[in-house]
Ligand binder design. Structure first.
Ligand code: FES
Ligand code: FES
Length: 150
């Protein structure tokens, strides 16, 4: 059993505590915005927030979320208003195939919480998500735009 708050609502799921959080979210809860890429904490496609921090949910046992606030891409917009990172992504036409993008957006949203005006070096150090479509240039531009829009 795992109990946590998911996108603002209490969630209780009957799973082995060692089940990766990614599969709890996708299979048990049915929130499929969080993606599976590598399964070994390398690509970032599975990034969600736990208590506001970016984590790679493919490699995090559900037990680690116990009692915590979990936010997925489905919970990033508030009251029907897109998060400023989502807005910047639209303005800059960032996604190509889109597969990596929910994890990328979640990683960036967490970065801007801890570093409201990240430098290029901050971005390089913190946004290590892999994009097979090579959207890195647009990602960087959109991060700076989102930071400036705060
Ligand atoms: S699927 Fe989790 S980091 Fe790649
Ligand atoms: S947009 Fe296709 S993998 Fe990143």
């Amino acid at each position: 059993m795992a109990r946590f708050t998911l996108n603002g609502k209490a969630q209780e799921v009957d799973v082995d505590p060692g089940t990766p959080l990614l599969w709890v979210l996708r299979e048990q809860v049915g929130l499929t915005g969080t993606k599976y890429g590598c399964g070994i904490a390398q690509c970032g496609a599975c990034t969600v927030h736990i208590d506001g921090e970016a984590v790679r949910s493919c490699s995090l046992p559900a037990s680690e979320a116990e009692g915590k606030q979990v936010t997925t891409i489905e919970g990033l917009a508030q009251n029907g208003v897109l998060h400023r990172v989502q807005k910047a992504w639209l303005d800059h036409d960032v996604p190509q195939c889109g597969y990596c993008q929910t994890g990328m957006i979640m990683a960036v949203a967490a970065l801007l919480r801890s570093k409201p005006r990240p430098s290029d070096a901050d971005i390089d150090a913190n946004i290590t998500n892999i994009c097979r479509c090579g959207t890195y240039h647009q990602v960087r531009a959109a991060i700076h735009a989102a930071a400036a829009s705060a």
